[in-house]
Design a protein around this ligand. Sequence first.
Ligand SMILES: N[C@@H](CCC(=O)N[C@@H](CS)C(=O)NCC(=O)O)C(=O)O
Length: 230
Amino acid sequence: MAQLKLHILKPSVNNMAARVFVRAAKLDFSEDDVYGKTRSKEFLAMNPAHMTPMIQSKDLPKGVIWESCAIMQYLCNKHQIAKFYPKAAVKRAMIDSAMFYLIGTLYPLVARATYPALGFPQYAGEVGASNLDAAHKAEAQKAASEAIAEPLEVFHKFYMDGKPFIGGAKPSIADIRLAATLEFLAVVDYQLPAWAKTYMGAMEKSLGKAYAEPAADVRGYISYVKSQKK
Ligand SMILES: N[C@@H](CCC(=O)N[C@@H](CS)C(=O)NCC(=O)O)C(=O)O
């Protein structure tokens, strides 16, 4: 049995990042779909944050960790995977910065723009989760969608800076996290800039099945959601 167990939710791009990574890195892993179980007593005993992706491995101090970027960093550190997370401190600084910027700035905008269409709950305190009427919620969703252009351009101009990937000539864990995130934008027919379309294609080409298989679950969910709206 694989030592590494990945607890996942298939329609999620947070999960997609970790799922692409374990495949691309050719790790020995098993996957457990925990749909409907993340708030169960058993799951909360392991992970009080009820978050997926979560990895379970005996060598972890608490048996599990969650947070997609931390999972990828840990597995690269543990298995010495320099291919996706180069060892040089300066290279790691850029990759780490890109991932923190994504989680802290881009992702909340993507969530506000797409979660209403995906049927996912929004975070407490946000317009989408409030008792405000549909017009206010639509306005908030539109504002979030419009705000995505700026951080997207930062990834392009600052982190990629003329190179095909944040990682340079080859994708890094930050690229896996960014490409997965951008998959959700299809649910609102967000018009990605040309460079981002090329980038997504290059990611899939570079990682092949490792990318395509988890992406198919996200894309399948988006197609299902869209078909329900017709
Ligand atoms: N920042 C986290 C976000 C994780 C997250 O939001 N996970 C959601 C799915 S998209 C989840 O597991 N929700 C289940 C729950 O809260 O019960 C990451 O990148 O891993």
